[in-house]
Design a protein around this ligand. Structure first.
Ligand code: NAD
Length: 539
């Protein structure tokens, strides 16, 4: 570690984060590459022990971790517990319970439909990629580093994690957890800001996993492209919530929308960014949204122990500028005012917003809810489609209406009649589409993301016989050889049911047994006609 210190500290606690030196970054990556090469991580039992150590470390560090996130974001410990800590604990449990099953080679039974693979063993092995890097943001600083790290280690990779320097307490707590409980030959933490991350990205990794904003996502994608390595980009965007005229009940709707807007003071990638509401229900919904704020945080959320703070003055001013420039109508929601010194930004609802308003330019990432009113569903769908594909979207309506919306829009995920709960489901994958992300993870999908799906085909040398084997290559011309192409074709790419013209052809391709029988005439024909290309030498 260098003597250089982070200039960023948490608002509620004093903390100096020592940055990793540029030389140490290079050494860290080299040593992790060397330990990957020694093969220890190939052993599933070793990986499971690692996950058990991880779990023990996580549990024993729980207080330190929850305190750290509180100091960085004023996030209530209960919220960090369910939204971050518990998710990581659950993920470790999922992997401990399922790793043996997920890591098992999968037999490719469909290869049986291709007669050329008779007596062959076709399987997909899940192998580690190598040494991977995981770079995380500040808004869920614990979860977004540790959750992918579980998958990366379980899949057998050696791992460098780089927590966000903008959440220094959490970065430090993650560093302590990793150095105290986990094997330094397989996972290490690099601390730092842009300079250190740039140095880290100049190293060759076998996979780059990044969570954060789109502009930095492009930098990471460039770095991965330099080495032709894989990437997962978990990005953001403006995720809409649509409330249609046929919504069943506006009361839970209002609560669920404001919950997503105000959790972590709106600094959540899957928060409702803006609200599209049908004109017929708008006037009933708005007062309920205001009531929901009071119900969650009272009339003075600044005094609430549960209301978060904006991460820093730059982001606070960004929100203030966007609000100052709006042409919408700011509604009275709470009694207190924005307070830069405390990084407090009150829950804010802005009605009558137009699609080209200042609040509609970029992802808000803060507790401001712009409301756009629409008259027809087509109008709402067109507005969503006029923007980049969001990370997620929420539709409050009858199922049929929601299906219309989903069938005509694109987003990474979607939830009908709720918000944000999709991210709590760790048995399903999570990720964006287009500008909101590349790839996905969580649970089994994490294992697959961090694995090389290696197709291994094992063939007997004696089958097919040397003569029949000649079908695979030239010469294809001349009367002695003209039969080869069609035989090869029916052995490798025989007609499947839907491709066969005759009923007999269809029947023959119905089940592998018949398909095996169907190939017998081809083999017989080949046996009669074929001459080995390479003859055995007598030596
Ligand atoms: P951030 O500023 O903490 O940056 C993320 C990481 O990138 C940090 O580790 C930082 O050190 C590094 N970084 C920053 N600038 C860099 C540069 N120029 N070169 C190299 N590395 C650099 O976090 P952020 O980007 O402000 O995060 C907020 C964004 O993340 C939002 O858009 C949000 O929607 C998105 N997000 C997405 C998800 C998801 O799961 N899809 C989750 C959380 C946040």
């Amino acid at each position: 570690m260098s003597k250089e210190h982070s200039s960023v500290s948490g608002q509620l606690g004093e903390c100096e984060l020592q940055f990793t030196t540029i030389e140490a970054i290079g050494e860290t990556v080299s040593s992790l590459r060397a330990s990957f090469a020694n093969g220890t991580m190939r052993d599933i039992a070793f990986r499971k022990q690692l996950l058990r150590d991880f779990l023990r470390g996580l549990r024993e560090s729980k207080k330190e971790l929850l305190d750290a996130v509180y100091f960085d974001l004023h996030k209530p410990r209960a919220e960090t517990s369910y939204a971050e800590y518990d998710a990581v604990e659950y993920e470790l449990g999922q992997f401990l319970d399922n790793l043996d099953k997920w890591a098992k080679p999968a037999r490719n039974t469909l290869a049986m439909l291709q007669p050329a693979f008779l007596l062959s063993k076709s399987e997909t092995r899940k192998e580690p990629l190598g040494t991977v890097v995981i770079i995380g943001p500040w808004n869920y600083p614990l979860r977004l580093i540790l959750l992918p790290a579980v998958g990366a280690l379980a899949a057998g990779n050696t791992v460098v994690v780089k927590p966000s320097e903008m959440a220094p307490h959490t970065a430090l707590a993650i560093g302590n957890l990793v150095s105290k409980y986990l094997d330094p030959s397989v996972i290490r933490v690099v601390q730092g800001g842009v300079k250190e991350t740039t140095a880290l990205l100049s190293e060759k990794f076998d996979h780059y996993f990044y969570t954060g904003s789109g502009p930095v996502g492009k930098i990471v994608a460039h770095a991965a492209a330099e080495h032709l390595s894989g990437i997962t980009l978990e990005l953001g965007g403006k995720s809409p919530t649509i409330v249609h005229a046929d919504v069943a009940d506006l009361v839970p709707t209002a609560l669920r929308i404001m919950w997503s807007k105000l959790t972590n003071a709106g600094q959540t990638c899957v928060a409702t960014d803006y609200l599209l509401v049908h004109r017929s229900v708008k006037d009933k919904l708005v007062p309920l949204l205001v009531d929901a704020v009071a119900g969650l945080y009272g009339k003075s959320p600044q005094k609430s122990p549960d209301y978060g703070r904006i991460i820093n003055a730059r982001h606070w001013n960004r929100l203030m500028d966007a609000l100052d420039a709006t042409e919408g109508t700011v509604i009275d929601v709470v009694e207190d005012q924005p307070d830069e010194n405390d990084l407090y930004f009150p829950p804010t609802i802005v009605d009558g917003v137009r699609p080209d308003d200042s609040l509609m330019k970029d992802e808000l990432f803060g507790p401001i809810l712009p409301i756009i009113t629409y008259d027809t569903l087509d109008e709402a769908i067109a507005l969503v489609n006029s923007r980049d594909q969001p990370l997620t979207m929420y539709v409050f309506s009858k199922r049929d209406t929601a299906d219309v919306v989903l069938s005509r829009t694109r987003s990474g995920g979607a939830t009908v009649n709720d918000t944000m709960f999709t991210s709590a489901s760790l048995s399903t994958s999570f990720g964006g589409v287009g500008p909101s992300g590349v790839g996905s993870y969580q649970g089994k999908q994490s294992f697959d993301t961090f694995s090389n799906h290696r197709h291994v085909l094992t063939r007997p040398l004696w089958f097919p016989s040397a003569g029949v084997d000649t079908v695979r290559g030239p010469p294809f011309t001349g009367s002695d050889n003209s039969w080869k192409a069609s035989t090869l074709n029916s052995m490798v790419y025989p007609k499947l049911w839907s491709l066969s013209d005759s009923v007999l052809g269809k029947l023959l391709t119905l089940i592998p047994f018949w398909r095996a029988l169907a190939i017998i005439p081809c083999f017989l024909w080949a046996l009669i006609r074929a001459k080995p290309v390479v003859r055995r030498r007598d030596d």
